[in-house]
Structure formats: structure tokens, C-alpha cells
Design a protein. Structure first.
Length: 614
């Protein structure tokens, strides 16, 4: 059946490799329904001509009740016959041909006026088929059998109309011409300017203006549309951060709660897809809460055409590599960090760090390894997210290290320097409160620590780690079996941990070999040599302290083989001795304090030519 008038032929537009245009273009603004008037007027002409031809073949049916005038009264707008900006934008964005646009309008029409349904039923010669079908579209819009055969390809699953879900084509598996065509709800609402949210988001979505937050980092965002994953416990400020971002970009904020959506009739994956396009069509930023990171989620967000903020507690799973999602261990400056800090403080204590790199007196090799550890944390977002290496780490993307060496060689100080460099809090784990004789309690305690630390973005420091990360033993009784289960659990949990975990031990040989293989860094802290000991003696005596000129630092470093921790204790004791005597810190005070430190650690003391004062 030839068409009664010319068919609009809008050529396809070439898209970028990933299907997104480089400018992240938003739909243009248009008056309600004005985009549809010219093309609906042309559709009326086609339909009336088709009705006349059907009547000429002797079909009666409901022809007497069909409208004999055009369904859309002529107007200055319809007389021009030109598509409006929204339809032109849809055609350009989704690579639609003129035939595709006509099919879309054919489907939209029956949602606007029930008279179209009567016309469609008449042309189908079936009162039950009141929606346009593939057969009706081919008959109405194609001028020859060859065109009709070629146009069938436009209803393939990978063709733009169906691939982008602008329409659905449903019916029995065969034949295709009998399938009914229905416009997607979002496309319909976009074209008619309807303000209500898509029904598939009912009960889980809310649209509001962005909320300005003075001084918030995200409020100052000026780059291209971001995709940010805020990882942390619910209610720690993620909504405020998303609102600040939206306000900074001058956009409303559409919030979709995926935990609520999971209880509804629409599959979560479909809710995510609809939410992403709803935000795009409405020119809003999007906040998805209750996110469960997975490859499908990562792929969906990678194709987002609007600013997206995600909120969840799990580790982000980039897929494909370079999905562009910035992962932020998140806690707000006030509520989140107070909350997570309280949880951590039950089983750990915060260690304030007053030291810098210059305070570490170590050989060059361990210092190099410590700086590499810090750089790995500082650059992991670029390497793992932007460069795509995160796909190699499916379970956890944290940084774990073992500091091993004798007591007092600077392991705790180094952990504090790293935390200070990264601007993170350092929490030392209270092992006495973690390890429990009751089955399963140790694992529960550690899970609480890891979860709270992930929310707070803290650095965890396990001193004497061999107490809980020790070697698994042969199983002789139930106690051995459960002890081994604890170690196995710890191995898995450490692998999933996304933060920075530092373990320290004086007895490296006591640690489980499987655990050592999972660590990214092992840093040896040796006993200091004579040169390093002299540096420590000088550095631990502040410039503001009154020190006698007779102090022989070379002799102290040469005669007493002590660790940095011992030397620090000695100079502090000597300062108190000198203050009590009302004088300057002299060699006698330092020798006396050195004698006491030797007694404390159970070592023989040889003062040589410097006897200990009584």
C-alpha cells in the first residue's frame, strides 16, 4: 500500500565509539506537545488516505463511525510540516532514520487520542487490535515491496528503535508483522512535556532541587559530568554531597533508592536503566542509593549522560576498564567521621601523628618502600579507575603492608607518617579487645573494625600482628580447627578490605605464609647502625632544649647499640633528670638514663669511662 504523502527522511548521525556524544547533550526545551503537531498532522493525512483505500476495497466494518475529517485540526504550526527540536534531537542522538521517527509517532499517537485506536483497528480489520503493528507501519510508510522488505530491519533487536528501547514490539514469536508497537513511557513523557516521574520509579524515587552547601568540595565541581561512587555507611552525608554537586552544577537532583526498588515489581536493573534516562531526559543529576556494585551496574553507569552519584558500602567493581567512576571512601566531615570514629574507638584507639618524613631515621631502602606505599594509595584512583587496572582486583583494592623488625625500630612512627601524608586518621587495634576465646567472636570484632575503617577512610595499624595472623597449625582438637578457621577468615577479609592496613611484628617467621603472599608491601625495619644512632641522639633532643656542649653524641652512638625507641626514652628521662637538678642536659644525665633503660630491657650495661652517677 503506497503512502499518501512524502515520508520524512532524516539521515542518521554518527555517534562516538561508546554510543555517547562528546558534549553529553541534554534534550532541548520545547513547549508541551508542540514537537508532535507537524508530524501528527502528516500522520493524519497518511491515515485518512489509507482509510479511503480500505473503504474502496469494499471493507465496511466501523467505517461509518470513523472520523472523516483530519484528527488534528490545521493550525499555523502544523501547516509548516517541520519537526520540532525534540524529535530532531531524538533522531540525532539515537541515530534514527525518517522511517524510525514515523514509527515512533505512529506509536505515540494512540496514547494521545483514542480516535487513533479506532482508525488502527479499522485498518487492521480487527476491533481487538487497537495499537499500531509492524504490518501497519510497513504498509503505511513504505512505497514498494522492496522498501517494505528493507524496512523490516528497522525492527531488529539491534536497530536503534529497539536497542535504545524507544519503543517495544511485542506479540507472538512469529510472524513479526503481527507484533504491536508501543512507545516507551519516558519518550512519550518527553515529547508531551509531562512532569510526572516514570511509573517504573514509583515508590523509590524523588525529584528535588539541589541543596547548596557552602564550602562543600563537590559544590565547586566545574568539570564534565562526573560519575562518583561514595562508599560508606548509609546516612553519613552522601545525600548532602550529591545535593551540593547538583546545586553547584545548577541542576535538580533525582534520588532513587535501590533498596526500596528491590521490594517493587520492576527488576533492579531495569530501575537503574530507567533512572539514568529519566535524569538525562529531565536535565537532572542522579543519586542512586543502596548500590550493590557489580559489572552490570558499572557498565550502565559508564554510559551515563548526566552527572551520577552512587552510594553504597561494597567495593566498586569497574567494568569495562576505565568506566570513569571515581571511588571515594566516604564519611562526612562531621556526622560520618564521628559515627565511624566511635565504632572504631570501641576496639581501637586513634594515634595522633606529629612526625614527618624527616623524623624517620632508616636506611634508604625501607624509606623508598614506605614512599612507594604512600604513592600507591595516593594514585590508586587514577591507576585502578581511569587506567582500568581495577579489573585485576575483583575482590578488594586496598593497600596492605607488613612492617617487620625489632621493637623500637620505628614501625609505629612510620605508620603515623604515612597516615599524616595521606591526611587520614591512624587507628591502632587493641588486640586484647579483639581476640576472644569464644568461637566466632574474633571474626565479628574484626569485621566491625574493617567495616568502620572503610566508612571512615582510616588507616588500620595492627601491632604484634602475629597474635591474630599467626601460622595455621595441625588440627589435633576442636580448638585447633576453629583457630585455623579464624586465620582463614582473616586472609579473606584482608583481601576484600579497600582501605590501608598496616601490620607490625617483631617475629615475621610466626606469620602465616599464605597471608604474607597477599600483602603488597613488606618493609624491613633493621636495628640502626652507628651513623643512624648518632642521628637519632641528635634529632630526639629538641633545638629548644638546654643541652650542654660536653655531650658526646659520637660516643653514645658507638658504645650503646640501641633502637630508636630506646634512644627516645633515654633522652626524655635525661631531660626530666636535668630539669629536677635545675641545670642543662649533660652527659651524666644521658648516661644515667641509658643505664636505667638497659635495666628495663634486661641488658648488661657498660658505661666505660663514664660511671653512672648515684
Amino acid at each position: 500500500m503506497p503512502p499518501a504523502g512524502p515520508v520524512l527522511q532524516w539521515g542518521p548521525v554518527t555517534a562516538t565509539a561508546d554510543g555517547r556524544d562528546a558534549t553529553m547533550s541534554m534534550p532541548p526545551s520545547a513547549g508541551p506537545g508542540l514537537d508532535l503537531l507537524p508530524v501528527l498532522a502528516r500522520l493524519d493525512t497518511l491515515l485518512m488516505a489509507a482509510v479511503d483505500r480500505a473503504g474502496a476495497t469494499g471493507r465496511d466494518g466501523d467505517a461509518g463511525r470513523l472520523p472523516r475529517e483530519p484528527l488534528l485540526p490545521p493550525s499555523p504550526v502544523t501547516a509548516r510540516g517541520e519537526p520540532g527540536p525534540l524529535l530532531a534531537w531524538l533522531a540525532e542522538t539515537f541515530e534514527l532514520t525518517g522511517f524510525d521517527v514515523d514509527v515512533l509517532v505512529l506509536a505515540v499517537a494512540s496514547d494521545l487520542d483514542l480516535r487513533y485506536e479506532r482508525v488502527y483497528a479499522y485498518l487492521h480489520d480487527d476491533s481487538r487490535r487497537r495499537r499500531p503493528t509492524v504490518d501497519l507501519a510497513l504498509n503505511l510508510l513504505c512505497g514498494s515491496a522492496a522498501e517494505r522488505i528493507a524496512a523490516r530491519r528497522r525492527f531488529a533487536a539491534d536497530a536503534p528503535l529497539l536497542a535504545h528501547r524507544l519503543v517495544t514490539v511485542a506479540g507472538e514469536p512469529e510472524p513479526l508483522p503481527a507484533h504491536a508497537i508501543r512507545a516507551d513511557e519516558q519518550v512519550l513523557r518527553l515529547l508531551i512535556g509531562e512532569s510526572a516521574l516514570d511509573s517504573r520509579l514509583a515508590g523509590c524515587a524523588e525529584l528535588a532541587d539541589g541543596t547548596p552547601v557552602a564550602g562543600h568540595p563537590l559544590a565547586r565541581f566545574t568539570g564534565p559530568a562526573p560519575r562518583i561512587y561514595l562508599r560508606g555507611a548509609p546516612g553519613t552525608g552522601q545525600a548532602e554531597a550529591a545535593g551540593a554537586l547538583a546545586a553547584g552544577l545548577g541542576l535538580p537532583l533525582l534520588t532513587v533508592d535501590l533498596e526500596q526498588a528491590a521490594n517493587g515489581p520492576v527488576p533492579t536493573g531495569e530501575v537503574v536503566r530507567v533512572a539514568l534516562r529519566e535524569a538525562w531526559f529531565r536535565r537532572t543529576a542522579l543519586l542512586l542509593t543502596g548500590v550493590q556494585p557489580a559489572p552490570a551496574m558499572s557498565r550502565a553507569v559508564a554510559a551515563a549522560r548526566t552527572p551520577v552519584v552512587l552510594s553504597g558500602t561494597g567495593s566498586w567493581w569497574p567494568e569495562p576498564p576505565g568506566d570513569g567512576v571515581a571511588v571515594v571512601p566516604f564519611a562526612s566531615a562531621d556526622r560520618g567521621h564521628a559515627r565511624s570514629g566511635r565504632e572504631l574507638s570501641e576496639l581501637a584507639f586513634r594515634v595522633p601523628s606529629t612526625f614527618g618524613w624527616d623524623d624517620l631515621v632508616l636506611p634508604p631502602e625501607p624509606v623508598r618502600r614506605l614512599r612507594e606505599l604512600t604513592q600507591r594509595v595516593a594514585h590508586r584512583r587514577r591507576v585502578l579507575d581511569e587506567w582500568g587496572f581495577g579489573r585485576l582486583l575483583p575482590y578488594g583494592r586496598g593497600v596492605s603492608a607488613l612492617f617487620t623488625g625489632p621493637s623500637g625500630t620505628g614501625k609505629t612512627m612510620a605508620a603515623g607518617v604515612i597516615a599524616a601524608e595521606l591526611d587520614l586518621d591512624l587507628y591502632e587495634i587493641d588486640l586484647a579487645g579483639v581476640v576472644s576465646k569464644y568461637i566466632g567472636e574474633t571474626e565479628k570484632n574484626l569485621e566491625r573494625i574493617f567495616a568502620a575503617a572503610e566508612s571512615a577512610g582510616a588507616v588500620l595499624f595492627f601491632d604484634e600482628a602475629d597474635a591474630i595472623f599467626g601460622k595455621r597449625s595441625e588440627v589435633h582438637d576442636a580448638h585447633d580447627r576453629y583457630a585455623n578457621l579464624e586465620v582463614a577468615y582473616l586472609l579473606r577479609r584482608m583481601e576484600r578490605y579497600d582501605g590501608v592496613a598496616i601490620l607490625a611484628t617483631n617475629l615475621r617467621e610466626n606469620l602465616d605464609d599464605a597471608f604474607l603472599r597477599r600483602l603488597q608491601f613488606v618493609v624491613e625495619f633493621p636495628m640502626p647502625g652507628q651513623g643512624d644512632r648518632e642521628r637519632m641522639w641528635r634529632r630526639f633532643l629538641p633545638d629548644t632544649a638546654p643541652v650542654a656542649d660536653t655531650v658526646d653524641f659520637d660516643l653514645l652512638a658507638r658504645r650503646f647499640r640501641l633502637s630508636g625507641g630506646n634512644i627516645k626514652n633515654i633522652v626524655l628521662s635525661a631531660a626530666y633528670l636535668a630539669s629536677a637538678n635545675g641545670g642543662r642536659i649533660g652527659m651524666g644525665h644521658l648516661i644515667r638514663a641509658t643505664h636505667d633503660e638497659h635495666l628495663k630491657i634486661g641488658r648488661m650495661f657498660d658505661a666505660g669511662e663514664h660511671p653512672v652517677a648515684g
